[in-house]
Design a protein around this ligand. Structure first.
Ligand SMILES: [Zn+2]
Ligand SMILES: [Zn+2]
Ligand SMILES: [Zn+2]
Length: 274
């Protein structure tokens, strides 16, 4: 399985639209790995995980072939992960679309798409597959298992285990420290992850924060707990993503901190394979 990171930033992006903080000023000047679009992933060439306000830029820069896309899996309903506009524009009067897309999500993202577009899923050539914590959804050869993330509940936040061809990837953004129930559900799942994409939204800004996102120290603790409970394999590929400018996510600094712990900081366009 191949995962491409299409975006590595939290809600504001790096640089933020009009932000005057030193991190955003430096990112605008130096660009490269310090330019971060909003978080989204491409799995193989047929599955998007989240589709936010940077999707058009990500599609063009990273050559996402929209005709090959079969599904979009949404982690939750926050606007940095779900932009309504691409769906609104799929209607017949705006676009020529023959290829149906399956949307896999819990209630809040599905409701946002319906309410904010004012369209039915049929009008947007979308199919819906509802998933809730503890559910397993099979969509062709992809197995999707969801657990409840620690994030504002009104966004129906999920973390996902995605399995294909005997390999499993765990997507852990957006979430703080899991509840006891989630740790239990993840530990009891019969598939161990070969790759995990952790989050570290507040990174060095609030390193111990773990309420609804994680800081750098909390990310390390989270990874160690995954290992301890056998949720990820001992040799799992560990990646960290979803960075806010408030957390000082300069790529060099992230590498200096995380690489000695065998965690690879993500950047836009990065590809990882298992
Ligand atoms: Zn986010
Ligand atoms: Zn900034
Ligand atoms: Zn969020």
């Amino acid at each position: 399985m191949k995962v491409q990171v299409l975006g590595s930033a939290a809600a504001e992006g790096v640089p933020g639209y009009f932000c005057e903080c030193p991190i955003c000023i430096e990112a605008r000047e130096n660009k490269g790995k310090n330019l971060r679009r909003r978080t989204s992933y491409l799995l193989d060439d047929d599955t998007l995980i989240d589709c936010g306000p940077d999707f058009a830029r990500q599609r063009d820069e990273f050559h996402v072939q929209t005709l090959k896309l079969k599904r979009i899996i949404f982690t939750h309903a926050h606007k940095d992960h779900l932009d309504i506009y691409p769906f609104l524009i799929r209607q017949k009067r705006y676009s020529v679309v023959h290829t149906s897309l399956t949307i896999i999500a819990d209630t809040a993202p599905l409701e946002r798409i319906r309410k904010e577009t004012g369209c039915t899923f049929e009008e947007m050539f979308l199919r819906e597959k509802h998933i809730a914590p503890g559910d397993t959804v099979q969509d062709e050869d992809l197995t999707v298992y969801a657990v409840r993330a620690a994030h504002p509940i009104e966004t129906t936040p999920l973390n996902y285990f995605l399995t294909r061809n005997g390999k499993t990837v765990l997507f852990q953004n957006d979430s703080g420290w899991w509840s006891d129930e989630t740790w239990k559900m993840a530990a009891e799942y019969d598939k161990k992850a070969d790759m995990v994409i952790l989050e570290s939204t507040t990174a060095f800004g609030r390193p111990d924060f773990d309420a609804h996102h994680l800081g750098a120290n909390a990310t390390l603790r989270f990874r160690d707990r995954l290992l301890e409970l056998g949720i990820i394999r001992d040799n799992a590929v560990c990646i960290v993503n979803h960075f806010s400018h408030h957390g000082d996510p300069r790529h060099e600094r992230l590498e200096k901190f995380f690489l000695p712990h065998n965690i690879i900081p993500a950047y836009d366009g990065m590809v990882a394979e298992i």
